[in-house]
Write a protein that binds this ligand. Sequence first.
Ligand code: HEC
Length: 164
Amino acid sequence: MQVVREKTFVPARCEPGLFVLTSQIKGERREGSVVGAVLLGLSLLLGGTLAAAQTAPPREWHTPSAGNVARGMALYQDRCTACHAVDSNKIGPAHRGVMGRRVGSLAGYTYSVELARSRLRWTPQTLNTWLEDPEELVPGQRMGFQVEEAQERADLIAYLATLK
Ligand code: HEC
């Protein structure tokens, strides 16, 4: 019986010291890892901001070259009228007055939220980017159509500019 008591007594006396020691070590480790995580977070944030600032230069706008209105009109009939009309909303909005109009602003047509909120204006430059790749200009927009040829875009834009 005595042996059993001693056995249980000895570790009980050692335990408080051990406990303080291990909790101190744990405490230090925890503080250390918190500081480390904060520093890591800050450096990631800083690195991310710097990287973003370096890799995202302001957009370059490309003014289309001179366009041919007659060719633009033919292209419009051929490519755009499945979804658009000059004077009425179809799948896409009506185009009369589009040049100079705020993007996504024609009353009576329900635009994607992304287009309506884009805060851009239709100019030869914005139209050029839009027709080349609508998704690049306004991510989340709903026009699934692109015009890859630069001269065709220029012709279309020249025609759109006549729709006053
Ligand atoms: C497959 C259908 C489709 C075709 C083809 C299409 N569009 Fe669109 N277009 C749309 C839709 C849909 C929208 C509205 C997009 C949104 O709300 O995100 C739109 C929007 C536009 C706008 C924005 C107008 C505004 O009021 O802000 C322009 C400009 C435009 N299209 C030009 C063209 C031209 C030019 C062509 C032909 C080369 C063309 N689209 C072909 C469906 C189409």
